[in-house]
Structure formats: structure tokens, C-alpha cells
Write a protein that binds this ligand. Sequence first.
Ligand SMILES: C[S@@+](CC[C@H](N)C(=O)[O-])C[C@H]1O[C@@H](n2cnc3c(N)ncnc32)[C@H](O)[C@@H]1O
Length: 216
Amino acid sequence: MTEPEEPCCFDEWQERYARRSRKKGTAGSVTASLLADLESAGLSGRTLLDVGCGVGDLAVEAVLRGATGASGIDMSTTAIDEARRLSRERGVADRTEFQVGDGARVELQPHDVVVLNRVFCCYPDVGALLANSVSAAASVYAFSIPPSSGLAGGFVRAQTALSNVWYRIRESQFHGFRAFVHDVDAIDRRVRDAGFRPVAQRRRRFTWHLAVYARA
Ligand SMILES: C[S@@+](CC[C@H](N)C(=O)[O-])C[C@H]1O[C@@H](n2cnc3c(N)ncnc32)[C@H](O)[C@@H]1O
């Protein structure tokens, strides 16, 4: 896998994610919900690839819940260092592997389950990230993403616009990072076109849409 050329804005945030995952089990509360949906779709005895894995909490937990192995890829070197540390701490280092790379650009190895948890909203080229990741999914494809329509979509758009003003003001800290509200219906159509059918779709904490698909 290739190394991203730029330093990653997310390096700054990984320490907070790592602290939270040690305290609460997962870096985001939505992660626990997505893990539960993945278990229902079938995690046991399968391999999992977490694209934009952050500190690796989902991948590590997937193995603890019965996945035979898990891989994670993230653009942030700090995230991958934390993920390797977490996998050692939780005794699954022999069944996990973590790599620095851009999940939209590197060749992803096929896995039974591919997941993108809170990742599409951090990346501008949703089409490339979706196409590259969905083609690596043998059985299950899943993601969490901010909603783009309705009341929640309006709220998320306003929140994202304000956040981006802040990121622009603090350019040197955030290295040009911007958040994105991508069209969830368009993503849904593309996942279905790739041969998947939805098995779970739900809203968590108003601002997260969770979707799990199985190969039709
Ligand atoms: C909001 S964090 C979420 C991390 C983790 N999935 C979680 O839910 O705790 C977004 C992560 O996605 C990573 N990321 C964004 N776009 C990516 C891409 N194209 N390839 C790999 N990692 C990416 C960032 O570096 C960051 O660690």
C-alpha cells in the first residue's frame, strides 16, 4: 500500500479517539451500533476490512466478536500507530494488520466484510472511495455517514458549513481539511448497482445514518 504524500489533518485527533476507545470501548458511540448491525449481518468466521479505521477499535472489536481476522487502512500515520498499539493491548495483534494509505487509491485486498465508519464525510471524492472499497467486499458492505436530506440533513449541512469555516481559519492546524455532506441516496444506488441489497438501515443520534448491505 502506498503512503499518502501529505501530513494528515486527522493526526491531531487520534489521541482523543484513542483515549475514548480505551475508556468506552470504541472511539465513537455510533461504532458500537454499527458493530451490532455487522454481527447481525454475519461477522463470525469472516474477514473484515475497515477503510478509514482510525485507531482500529472497530477492527479489534470485530476480531474479539468472532471475525477470523481484520485489516485496517487509514491516511493518518498516528491512527495506524494507535491501532497497532490497541490490537496488542487487546491481545489480537496476531489476527489484525494495519496500514497507512488512501482507501480510494490503493489496491484493497478482498475481504468478506468491508466497512467505512464515519469516513465518507471526511473525503472529497466519494465516488473513488466507494468504487474502490465496494469492489473489495465479498459478502457485506457497511458504512455510517451523516444524513443528507430531511431535517437531519439540513442540520448536518449547517453544522458542516460552520465547521469548515473553523477549519479554514485554523488552516495550519487542519492542513486544508474540509468535512463533506455527500448524497446518501446516490451512495445507496451505487452500492445496489454493485450487487448488494440493504439488510439494515437506521438512524443513530440524529446525525448518523447506518447502512449494512449483503451481496444479493
Ligand atoms: C472521523 S474519523 C473516523 C475514524 C474511525 N473510522 C471511527 O469511526 O472512529 C475519519 C478517519 O478516516 C480517515 N480517512 C478519511 N479518508 C480516508 C481515505 N480515503 N483513506 C483512508 N483513510 C481515510 C481519516 O484519516 C480518519 O482517521
